[in-house]
Design a protein. Sequence first.
Length: 362
Amino acid sequence: MKKNLLYMLTAAAMLAGCAKNDVVDSEINKEGNLIGFSTYKNISRGNPVDNNNEFLTKDNAFGVTAFIKTAAGGTPNASPYMGTTTEGIQIVSDGTKWTYAQTSDQAYWPVNGELLDFYAYSPYGNKAITAKTFATTGLTLNYTVPAEEANQVDLMYAVAPDQKKATDKNSVTMPFKHALTQVHFAIGTSATNLFVDVEENGIQIHNLKNTGTLTTVTGLEADIWNNLTGSANYTVTTDAVNDAGYVGEDQKTFTPIGSADKALMLLPQTLTANADVETGNYLTINCKIYQKLADGITKIYLHGSESEYLPVTVGISGNWARNQKITYNLNIGATGSILDPIEFETNVETWQPAEGGTIEVK
């Protein structure tokens, strides 16, 4: 069995379509009743989207379908009021406001007191979303995480039930929520004269579930994923890290691996580290570990060499939840010239809600 220089990581969270408008027991009064959209996000690619203004970037788009009903708590008509059962109407940003991508899709508020239930997803038309079903009970979609980090997206969904036209505006606010887990890494050492270099694109995470079914219903905040399958490996896209050193007693000076505005965007799931590391979830880290002589220049290599990075492996365990931004701090230690197991700490920063202003669709 391969000897593992890294042993254990504890991961703690610190972190078929129907035609529209063949429905309605409501007359449609178009004058001043065009349904507009505004958004706010439990704010993040493919990069993480961190606030509502970022979500409103030009050409960003979401898909939305709505169902009509006569009263709150009532049973909506099964035929969508807007959109279809297999795709939502495309709503696109022009950089300042949300608007209909096709004027033929414009929908209007009913005027006889009926309510609308809205279901939406973003990004619109993304190829990683392999199937969608809009129903009166919610939105269901199948999603496969792309292999390359650059192609991964911040998959989001929104549920806005029991909506009617406000007296002072036409817009409905769509409260978008993050469906995925955002994963970052940082590295350091536990000794004052111990350093580590990490190769460009030198961290991989292994044996992750990469396909699942997301189901949203009104008020559902957790456990939106089921039918998780697959076994995939993902590489952290990053420049090389050099001379990452002692993190100090306060453990606050880990060197980030990659940039803050980029991340692996992965399915929420439970990770398990096995004694036989490569049969469970694990990391490989291609690195050099070394000390420096008194001149501060000459390096004595404990792992790898001046010309070669070598991999180390470590099991990784924990529970990933949607809307979590997880940072794994990789803490390398050594006694003399013998490597000790790398220790790990985690820090999870939960994305916070951010409300944008009302955007009228003209």
